[in-house]
Design a binder for this molecule. Structure first.
Ligand code: HPA
Ligand code: ZN
Length: 338
């Protein structure tokens, strides 16, 4: 089977996707009009042209601005539904998505508006598209501990809808230890934990996310290579890393895709996965990320399928669901070889 078709048809699991980062410029314009929010751009093309980032912060500034067009429950539904239709196109069979409640509650949008809009779309996707999902609530790490505690409090009535808490936004200057106590509380309340670490920040942040926040996965984690003992430990523990190749390129974590270390980490036996992060801003959904890695590193089918199998192992679903997904991936691999 030709490689592009192999990738397109490969069943995939996405574990690192910020729903606010799936807001395409066309929808940004549509919602701005619907909600009468002024935009500093004249057209979707002009918005796309502004997506030239020099680092994480330069992206975050424009990303938080974009999210301001989201006001009503229907807006959050439409945003999530549009992403799920992209999942269907890319053969994503299961997705675990992040949302940033503080980006919205700080503008006076109710927590319930955000969660209800997102979860209605997730539920419709399961019944209408056969795509399963989980929801992860992220704390914005540039805000203080108290604000994270208040957000956690707001999430308690939605425990059955939110599987885990995470940590995103500016990594530099906001290390995992700042949120140790709030993560402790979240774990007591029954949430799993994840955290962005070692994207722009140091490998020490990865170590601390594991030892202090007890994360079940590390988001990004690519800076682990600065600490060979940590790399060994990640392999031994099979600690999943949710790597986002096109994001890393756009935010200049790596200069070129050939220099990206994802294949080196795969060869070392780490549980690395491929994800899209903020696809509307970084120029690609799941298939595009797989294709970019495959083409720059001349990867074969077995390695590509391994990324998908790793994501199944790393997902927050029961063993029976994992077995079903694993079998679908293995069937695709076998079919492609025959
Ligand atoms: N890193 C940190 N914060 C984020 C990201 C990211 O890649 N995407 C959205 N918020
Ligand atoms: Zn991210």
């Amino acid at each position: 089977m030709e490689q592009l078709n192999f990738i397109r048809q490969l069943p995939k699991v996405e574990l690192h996707l910020h729903i606010e980062g799936s807001l395409e410029p066309e929808m940004m314009f549509e919602l701005a009009k619907r909600n009468q929010i002024p935009l500093p751009f004249q057209s979707p093309e002009e918005v796309r042209a502004a997506y030239q980032f020099s680092n994480l912060q330069s992206f975050l500034d424009i990303y938080y601005q974009g999210a301001q067009v989201l006001i009503h429950e229907q807006d959050f539904y439409d945003l999530t539904w549009a992403y799920l239709l992209r999942c269907q196109q890319d053969n994503v069979i299961h997705t675990e998505i992040f949302f940033d409640p503080q980006t919205h509650t700080d503008r006076g949008i109710a927590f319930s508006t955000v969660v209800n809009g997102i979860t209605k779309a997730l539920s419709d996707a399961e019944s209408q598209l056969g795509i399963t999902s989980q929801l992860i609530m992220c704390f914005l790490r540039h805000l203080d501990e108290q604000a994270a505690f208040e957000t956690l409090e707001q999430a308690l009535p939605y425990k059955d809808k939110i599987i885990a808490v995470g940590l995103d936004s500016s990594e530099q200057g906001h290390p995992p230890e700042k949120f140790q106590r709030v993560f402790e509380k979240a774990r007591q309340e029954g949430f799993l934990t994840v955290a962005h670490a070692g994207e722009e920040g140091s490998s020490e942040n990865i170590r601390n996310a594991m030892s202090l926040l007890h994360v079940a996965r590390v988001d990004h984690g690519v800076r682990c290579v600065d600490d060979p003992l940590l790399v060994e430990k990640l392999a031994e523990l099979q600690m999943p890393l949710t790597v986002c190749p096109l994001s890393n390129l756009k935010l200049k974590v790596f200069d070129t895709m050939d220099q990206h270390n994802i294949c080196e980490l795969l060869e070392k036996g780490l549980c690395v996965t491929i994800n899209s992060d903020d696809p509307a801003y970084f120029g690609g959904y799941m298939n595009d990320n797989f294709i970019a890695v495959a083409q720059s590193h001349s990867l074969g089918s077995a390695s590509l399928a391994q990324f998908s199998l790793n994501a199944v192992e790393a997902s927050f679903v029961d063993e029976e669901s994992k077995a079903k997904m694993r079998n679908r991936i293995l069937a695709h691999l076998e079919h492609s070889l025959s």
